[in-house]
Write a protein that binds this ligand. Sequence first.
Ligand SMILES: [Zn+2]
Length: 414
Amino acid sequence: MSFRTPLLILVATFLFRCAEKKTVTQMNDDQLRSYANELAHKYIIADGHVDLPERLKEKNLIPVSEHLDIIESASEGEFDYVRARKGGLDAPFMSIFIPSSYQKKADSGKSLADSLIDMVVAIGDQLPDKFSPAMTPAEVEANFKLGKISLPMGMENGAPIGNDLANVKYFYDRGIRYITLTHNDDNQICDASRNTVHTWNGLSPFGKEVVAEMNRLGIMVDISHVDDSTFYQVMKLSKSPCIASHSSCRYFAPTIKRDMTDDMIRKLGENGGVMLINFYSAFLDSAVASQSQRNDEKLAYLLAEKGLHESDPLAKPIIDQFDKENPLGKTDIEMVANHIDHVVEIAGIDHVGFGSDFDGVDGQLPTGLEDPSKYPDLIFILLKRGYTEDDIAKICYKNLWRVWNKVEQLAKEG
Ligand SMILES: [Zn+2]
């Protein structure tokens, strides 16, 4: 072999690499779509918030193995095995959702939380070739290698902690890896963005202890749904980076207090955290948001007339009927990319990810992003907008992984 041979190989490799890079930018739409699909399956896709347990609970579809909704849902819902696989979704955080009405119950929703956790565990037990629980990023990675969908869990509403700090450890031991401090109403921990009462002007004294205990144990603090005052106090108090498990930018829907302002996005970035973008049309687009608010006002009036609160079980059929008669408009998939762009502009590429709210928004999802099978279409748009493969990997899971690993590591270090 002459000395020229290795040199030729080097030159050829260099030229090949250049050609490879060129082809990415020169791809036509079809090629770019197939590249997007490849990336969706090459990397883990994590989603901060999927309401499958709530959908199953509502239909009383337990035990899970006796129905096919989780494997392939013919008519309703968004998350199922077939669509998740098609889109490359590997780690949907299962939402253990406790409606505000449970805050008034004697056990503050603890038994509901337990039953939903049992349901998620049962999915893994009964469909072990398809699903597996996961309590750490490393466990998700191991499941990914085996071709299984991981089911990590986050609890939406800290109500079930009650007034007993020991319950934080209880839920950690049950596998909960983030807690959304509250839902639509102020609770014993903090004020909510949908409430106007300002019970605590942020965190309650107990809520401050809860945040510290979550830091100590290694549970991610989720600031989705909280009032701005709560958010800023959490940013000051939390020793670990935080997440917004399913939140969008208020810049695009200024009247939605549930969305995050630019300043909050900046602060969450400085905290080292990650904002996982919610796909609910009314949180993404001001036109849909206005329509949604008009509907909310009409519905509130209707419920008040009957002496009901929106979270009362008796209100459910009335709300369902109202939603049917007053359908919301939808935004489109490009708008989700706009929100991602906006977070990147303000906080940088290291602080954004996906938090769809699939199965939690009554189908009010953007056109083109109706269910998890459409993840490659979102990646396609991001590639078209100039995001690199590294950027896509960060958005798909690496940003959330950084936070999750850091929260674990800080807890271990004490
Ligand atoms: Zn929510």
